[in-house]
Design a protein around this ligand. Structure first.
Ligand code: FAD
Length: 565
């Protein structure tokens, strides 16, 4: 009878135990968990704090007792593994005041990753929280309900930071978000983040970008630039680090960030020791580089694989791609694959398309607009990554694009996808099909795009042409662009010197493309702005807000800032 010891009782650990039991009714399975809860819903924790989830029990998918009974697993909570001896094949367990050894035939490590909590001068004077597990959640929830804090600073604007910002704002707190990088949400690019920044501010949340917290006192946090942000409580959400301190002397190979090194079968460098979840590095599906992607879907998939491989199978984990989605009030932000900033850093050639589509048929009420940025290989049109910012329907499209990345589909394949359509859900040409058409047009040379960052490089003597209506043009344009509305372009073509390069914009890039086809067929040489004026305006508004004092933009009211709608 095989004896398997599992360290960690949540996503990866509990998943492994359940699969293993389904494979092997005889195995002895011991699951050691440092905390008092197992198999809980980490991803749901912010929503308990925000009052969306009201029942404590709802966060616990299984109790130690229910899991132990159903899967016949010896679940030991409050049991911390302090060391692993791979030569003697045993772990050292601390439980209460006692320490004991537990032997194993096979060992599974799924200890996850813990929040980074740097020492900041004065932090003991404020109420500083991190969020990883159920006790952390109750601590934040109880502090808010018992002490009625007025303000909160969220340090770090990744997924967890922004989810916390939303949920605390929903509780009536005045929330400030402080982010050390130039934009929120590391998995997206700066150009896509502008719209998110504007929306964050429109929710009355102050946003401090490019700022770190250098000190704290009882009434707030002090930023690098000396500004003080009021805060009766602080959420630290600046990232996570593999929780692998107990493996330091085990001889199991760890990487520079403490991550456990595994092969494609999730085997560590030590015989009969497997590892998975947030604590391991895996191959990125696009770059092939070893990366840390702390997400629930990879951890759960790996749990199933480890549960099989423990029983003699040789199933490979084929890598992660960082597919993720976040709700922020009515906005949805989603990503998959590589972002442009990473492709640049890797020196990998790419091209990109910025498309804007409605979530559903234009005539069906209640739709939202979404901006899709798709990155693709310049030679083959294989999709390398995608980011979407919008409202309804973003989740549906990112999953199509995630499959495109995973299975190395091209922009032409996106054109062929037959996707579910009825007016409340989509258009007959789905936003993903549209991204494919634009990529095809770029690949085939029918559309020569230019981008936000090219605006400053347009040659002095080139013509800058805005083909929106006179009314739209009067509401604002890119400096230097003249107006000839698309529908009068054929009649007024004589006003343009077709021997000059022509840079075209419209609202989202569609009318610009039609203008481009008209002018190109008349012998002109044209470029069409990907994303159009809408994308440009998001950037300008964001930059104006930052210039106006880094914090909340009083100039952009709800109506304007909700431009993504
Ligand atoms: P964990 O689930 O963290 O489990 C590790 C367990 O091991 C912990 O309970 C820990 O106490 C225990 N442990 C650690 N060391 C020891 C030791 N020495 N001895 C005994 N026990 C030990 N992912 C998404 O994909 N989507 C989301 O929306 C999302 N939202 C999230 C929201 C929050 C607030 C958090 C914290 C995470 C979120 N995640 C989300 C990430 C997701 O929860 C993790 O990727 C996933 O839980 C990783 O599983 P794991 O088994 O590797 O680690």
């Amino acid at each position: 009878m095989m004896k398997v010891v599992i360290v960690g009782g949540v996503a990866g650990g509990a998943g492994t135990a359940a699969r293993l039991r389904r494979n092997d009714e005889q195995a002895e399975i011991i699951m050691l968990e440092r905390g008092s809860y197992i198999s809980y819903a980490n991803c749901g924790l912010p929503y308990y704090i925000g009052g969306v989830i009201t029942e404590k029990e709802a966060l616990q998918l299984q109790t130690p007792e229910s899991f132990g009974t159903r899967f016949h697993v010896d679940v030991r909570t409050m049991s911390e593994v302090a060391a692993v001896d791979t030569a003697r094949k045993c772990v050292v367990v601390k439980h209460g005041g006692e320490t004991y050894e537990e032997s194993y035939d096979k060992l599974v490590l799924s200890p996850g990753a813990g929040p980074v909590r740097p020492g900041i001068p004065g932090m003991e004077k404020n109420h500083v929280f991190t969020l990883r597990n159920i006790p952390d959640t109750y601590a934040i929830h109880d502090y808010v309900t018992e002490h009625n804090p007025v303000s909160c600073a969220v340090i770090g604007a990744g997924f967890i930071g922004l989810e916390m910002a939303e949920n605390l704002a929903e509780q009536g707190l005045k929330v400030s978000v402080v982010e050390g990088a130039s934009h929120v949400m590391p998995p997206i690019d700066m150009d896509m983040a502008h719209g998110v920044h504007n929306y964050i501010r429109s929710k009355g949340i102050d946003l401090y970008l490019g700022q770190t917290c250098t000190a704290m006192d009882g009434s707030g946090v002090i930023l690098k630039n000396g500004a003080k942000v009021p805060a009766d409580m602080v959420i630290m959400s600046i990232g996570v680090r593999p929780d692998t301190g107990f493996l330091k002397d085990s001889g199991i190979e760890l990487g520079a960030r403490g991550e456990i090194i595994v092969n494609t079968y999730m085997e560590t460098s030590a015989a009969d020791v497997y590892a998975l979840g947030d604590a391991v590095s895996v191959e990125h599906v696009v770059s092939g580089q070893k990366v840390l992607i702390p997400l629930a879907s990879p951890a759960n998939k790996q749990g199933r694989i480890v549960g099989d491989n423990l029983c003699g199978k040789k199933t490979a984990y084929k890598g992660s791609q960082g597919t993720s989605v976040m709700k922020f009030f009515d906005m949805t932000v989603a990503v998959t694959g590589e972002k442009e900033e990473s492709l640049k850093a890797q020196g990998r050639p790419y091209r990109k398309a910025i498309t804007t589509s409605a979530s559903q048929a234009g005539y069906y009420p209640g739709g939202d607009m979404m901006t899709i940025k798709t990155l693709f290989d310049p030679e083959t049109a294989v999709i390398l990554g995608a980011q979407i910012v919008g409202g309804k329907g973003v989740d549906k499209r990112i999953d199509d694009l995630a499959n495109a990345v995973r299975f190395k589909l091209t922009g032409y394949d996106l054109q062929e996808m037959e996707l579910a359509y009825a007016p409340p859900f989509s258009s007959a040409k789905d936003p993903v099909n549209m991204a494919g058409y634009v990529i095809g047009n770029i690949m085939d040379g029918l559309m020569r795009p230019f981008y936000l960052e090219d605006l400053d490089q347009i040659p002095e003597d080139a013509i800058r042409l805005d083909v929106r209506t006179e009314g739209e043009y009067a509401g604002g344009t890119i400096p230097g662009f003249i107006n000839i509305p698309l529908d009068s372009l054929r009649d007024r073509m004589g006003e343009l010197d077709l021997s000059k390069d022509i840079y075209i914009t419209c609202q989202i890039g569609l009318r610009g493309y039609i203008a481009q086809r008209i002018l190109d067929q008349a012998g002109a040489r044209t470029w069409n702005m990907s994303g159009g004026y809408r994308f440009y305006e998001m950037k300008v508004r964001d930059e104006q807000s930052q210039a106006a004092g880094m914090g909340l933009c009083t100039a952009c009211g709800m109506e304007k800032a909700a431009l993504w709608k």
